[in-house]
Design a protein around this ligand. Structure first.
Ligand code: CMC
Length: 436
């Protein structure tokens, strides 16, 4: 890309008053060109202003591409539909981390490496016992992932590529164990150790749902569904949590601390917390005949209510992940013999009505991945408080891939945005006795 050699065939002209500047225009492989404003302040004494980063490319990346108008999502160039249909999650992890699909030997080696890191330090279980039983599992996850930097000192030196790789493998491997521990702790059941003969998804389901007094056999259809859900959530270019990971990592912080920062950001209802919020909303609506009332509320600017699981900053078309999620939802309910799920009926009808409503059509608001994931995860046996935890588990590889890409970029610098200051101008300190 032109950004690397600093040459650009195209330029954009910026004129302020009588003076004009030529700004380089850079092109990627696909997607919109960008205007390089890196030298703007030095040349003009001005910043750009873009709260919410709606028009800002914060970095150069080769990992994930989204065409929001067409509803396209590619991991390293491969369409999400093909990966979800034909691949598995660990293969997707390899692809995101290394840039290519693995050969059979590479896949076997990667699976082996991840599998050999699934156990967490035994002392971590004592760390868990410090939490209240009713703590939200996301609170426990943020803390326990951050705490990994206190348990795995031999993989916190970010200047050592070997340590970076071990930290990456450790997080992909241990995240299901930590997520399952957070769940087990909240329901007062003993932690279940990983079983390395199982595939990634089955192992996770077993750690969540088995008890020491009974044999547990993961249902392959449900394991496959969970694996697909993980693939769908694995990466999503420079979203809020990924940008958080990059910003935290830009200061040189260790990878466990950076991923903990990403988890904290993901927790919010506008981001990963939306699946939990979407299911709560469907429950609150309660019956199909109350949908118009909620549609009306969503459209009312004086009402803070929004249709959760609807709308997206980038997708102005059907979220491609939502389509696969909807299909997976039907597969899971079918396998479990759930013929009638009132929440699914409400979701389907809500989607139908919203997609015909002028308000939603005009604003290009479509269901996003979170609209159907909550119903699916609930059917699989997860409580709502675990939904965002599963999102974090799956997104960990994306965060790590993006963090590694940034650290390995020789031009990497600390991220340091500026601001439009609107506070008081300089003034003199007033002693307290003279203040009114
Ligand atoms: N319900 C009702 N109106 C909405 C909704 C919604 N869910 N989403 C956006 N709008 C309206 C919004 O009021 C605004 O209308 P107007 O132009 O008249 O003021 C317009 O659509 C544009 O919205 P925005 O807030 O400027 O869009 P944004 O890009 O800042 O926000 C969003 C994107 C995802 C935060 C937002 O659509 C939302 O809050 N959705 C519900 C939460 C949700 O489902 N989040 C999951 C996102 S996908 C998973 C992930 O990436 O984490």
């Amino acid at each position: 890309m032109d950004a690397i050699n600093g040459t650009s065939a195209k330029t954009a002209k910026l004129t302020i008053g009588e003076t004009s500047w030529d700004l380089p225009v850079l092109s990627g492989t696909i997607g919109p060109d960008v205007v390089d404003i890196g030298k703007l302040y030095g040349q003009t004494g001005m910043f750009t202003y873009d709260p919410g980063f709606t028009s800002t490319a914060s970095c150069e990346s080769q990992i994930t591409y989204i065409d929001g108008d067409e509803g396209i999502l590619l991991y390293r160039g491969y369409p999400i539909e093909q990966l979800a249909e034909s691949g598995d999650f660990l293969e997707t992890c390899y692809l995101l981390l290394y840039g290519e699909l693995p050969t059979a030997a590479q896949k076997a080696d990667f699976d082996y490496r991840v599998t050999r890191h699934t156990m967490v330090h035994e002392q971590m279980s004592r760390f868990f016992h410090g939490f209240r039983r009713d703590a939200h599992p996301m609170a426990v996850l943020v803390a326990s992932v951050g705490a990994m930097s206190a348990f795995y000192h031999d993989s916190t030196d970010i200047s050592d590529p070997q340590q970076r790789m071990i930290a990456s493998i450790r997080m992909i491997a241990k995240m299901p164990t930590l997520a399952a521990m957070a769940y087990k702790y909240s329901i007062g059941q003993p932690f279940v150790y990983p079983k390395n003969e199982l595939d990634y998804a089955s192992n996770f389901l077993r750690m969540c749902f088995s008890v020491p007094c009974e044999e547990y056999k993961a249902n392959p259809v449900l394991s496959r569904a969970i694996d697909k859900i993980f693939i769908l959530h694995a990466d999503h270019e420079q979203n809020a949590s990924t940008s958080t990971v990059r910003l935290a990592g830009s200061s040189g912080a260790n990878p466990f601390a950076c991923i903990a920062a990403g988890i904290a950001c993901l927790w919010g209802p506008a981001h990963g917390g939306a699946n939990e919020a979407a299911l709560k909303m469907l429950g609150e609506i309660g019956s199909v005949d109350r949908i118009p009332e909620y549609i009306k509320r969503a459209k009312d600017k004086n009402d803070p209510f929004r249709l959760m699981g609807f709308g997206h900053r980038v997708y102005k078309n059907y979220d491609p992940r939502a389509k696969i999620m909807q299909k997976t939802c039907h597969e899971v309910l079918g396998e479990l013999g759930i013929k009638d799920d009132p929440l699914l009926d409400i979701a389907v009808e809500l989607e139908r009505i919203a997609l015909q409503d002028e308000y939603f059509v005009e604003r290009k608001l479509y269901p996003n991945i979170d609209f159907y994931s909550g119903i699916t995860l609930r059917a699989l046996g997860f409580p709502t408080s675990m939904f965002t935890v599963l999102f974090a588990l799956a997104r960990t590889v994306g965060w790590i891939g993006q963090w590694k890409e940034m650290i390995e970029d020789p031009g990497q610098r600390i991220g340091r945005p500026r601001q439009l200051y609107t506070g008081a101008a300089q003034r003199d300190y007033v002693p307290i006795a003279r203040r009114k």
